[in-house]
Design a protein around this ligand. Structure first.
Ligand code: UDP
Length: 238
């Protein structure tokens, strides 16, 4: 089932269902794109047709924001749960370590992807990370060549909201990786350079507030939330 947020389609799946779907991508013949639309992406896509088309035609679109779950309930098209990008990524990594799958990481400032890879190897010694590239490269061709040479089963790309979706969509066919997923700033968290909110704050659905305090320069980006509420709830009532 699909839930619509201001013209952006989101798949109504649980974490377990998302994992099962990605499992089918890994056994399939076509490269597939996994995106995690949040209010910021939904607002940005209103004035960006390329982004809108990419998100709407991705193989799997996961609701990465508690406000989306709340809004979906108010609209009487309830989402089963929030599926955050970083949680899904870590579950995929865990499964990859067990099943011997090849992982390639791309994104973050120089060193971040390597540090994240080292942390993941520490936690999952059997994990096969075949490559880790920084996200500030000048030539696409070089990065694409490196990724293709390692023939990964899964590619995780964190180049910032909007940019990462477009980069992957443009190169998906050429890269020909069975499952590619956008991950925002997850490599910063996994590497330990940034902290995720403590579990109790996550449980209270206040992760956004924590980020506002710890990264105050993000406040402008968080204006997406009232815009999202306007687009999905109030505009409909007017
Ligand atoms: N980033 C990158 N290349 C760029 C721009 C950004 O690798 O040209 C990385 C940045 O270092 C950070 C991530 O993209 O790791 C930020 O993504 P975003 O802001 O979407 O993540 P969020 O904070 O929303 O999870």
């Amino acid at each position: 089932m699909i839930v619509d947020f201001a013209g952006i389609k989101v798949d109504n799946v649980t974490m377990a269902e998302a994992l099962a779907k990605i499992e089918s991508f890994l056994n399939g013949a076509q490269p597939q794109l996994i995106v995690t639309p949040n209010p910021e992406i939904i607002v940005a896509a209103q004035n960006d047709d390329e982004l809108k088309t990419i998100v709407n035609s991705a193989a799997l679109r996961l609701p990465d924001g508690i406000s989306m779950v709340i809004v979906s309930k108010l609209l009487r098209t309830p989402l089963k749960q929030r599926v955050t990008g970083i949680d899904l990524m870590l579950k995929l990594i865990e499964a990859a370590a067990v099943k011997g799958r090849k992982i390639h990481l791309l994104g973050g400032a120089p060193g971040v992807a390597d540090e994240a890879a080292a942390k993941l190897k520490q936690q999952y010694p059997t994990l096969n990370i075949v490559g880790a590239e920084n996200g500030y490269f000048s030539a696409d061709v070089e990065v694409i060549k490196k990724i293709k040479a390692t023939k990964p089963d899964m590619l995780f790309v964190g180049l910032g909201a909007g940019k990462q979706e477009k980069w992957l969509a443009r190169h998906l066919k050429e890269l020909n990786v069975p499952a590619s997923m956008v991950i925002g700033g997850s490599l910063d968290v996994i590497s330990g350079r940034k902290n995720r909110a403590p579990k109790w704050i996550q449980a209270l659905y206040l992760e956004w507030l924590y980020r506002l305090f710890t990264e105050p320069n993000r406040w402008k980006r968080q204006l997406a939330l009232p815009k999202f509420l306007y687009l999905t709830l109030f505009k409909k009532m007017l």
